[in-house]
Write a protein that binds this ligand. Sequence first.
Ligand code: SAM
Length: 278
Amino acid sequence: MNEQPGRLWVVATPIGNLDDLSKRAAEILGTVGLIAAEDTRHSGALLARIGSRAPTVALHEHNEREQVARLIEGLRQGGDVALVSDAGTPLISDPGFRLVRAAREAGITVSPVPGPCAAIAALSVAGLPSDRFVFEGFLAAKASARRERLQQLAAESRTLIFYESSHRILEAVRDMAMVFGEQRHAVVARELTKVFETILSGSLIELVERIDADPNQQRGEFVILVAGASGEEADATLAEGRRVFALLCAEMAPARAARMAAAITGAPRKRLYEATGD
Ligand code: SAM
């Protein structure tokens, strides 16, 4: 057995344009002993393009638990492993978290090979405040759960970033218009780095109308970015939260009332408690 354990490389791959694979990523993918890929067939095309002959093993959400132990054992024995996902940066709405956590717990060096990430690429061109932002990943497929999450985000003042698929892009932007208000500014970044890249910006209601009117705008992969709540919007949400909290307090314990009022209105729960002087 080798004295030195191997290293786990977390390698970002293109989100559309294959030329976005970095030179360093190509070098590492060409020299590691093993590549753990979300989908080995999908990554096979990229690996063939760069002439990598490294063996691949599948690591996806359904087998991550079992594969982790095997990969950690291989790393312990001295073999380097590269982790890639189908597109972009692994772990960002993609598998890999369990492997990275286990490697770090086992004292194995984990190194990033940074590169494309749809959320960051979209933020870099959206023209929305980028000093502070919140990455929300995918919203729930079920309308009720999706709206509930959006309610909880209604008073958030940082720029919001969501991933969305073609199946739900229209519904998602519609729900955002309903919950955040039709006039809130937003950007929909579609097919970034690909042939049909489009970046639409406007109020949420304008975006609903444009996406609804053009089936092409419902095709492909999307990042939705929404401006954070203005001070005024946040104040209005808090005022509504306090009103609902006061009504619920007549019927139930304050802790429960605050939780429910926060879920209903999107007002921060802690601020509702403050309102009572507790
Ligand atoms: N790990 C990836 C990353 O770093 O961006 C994200 C993987 S996630 C499973 C896939 C989602 O990312 C898509 O549904 C879409 O929301 C977004 N996405 C990926 N590529 C994109 C692109 N070229 N343009 C716009 N959104 C993209």
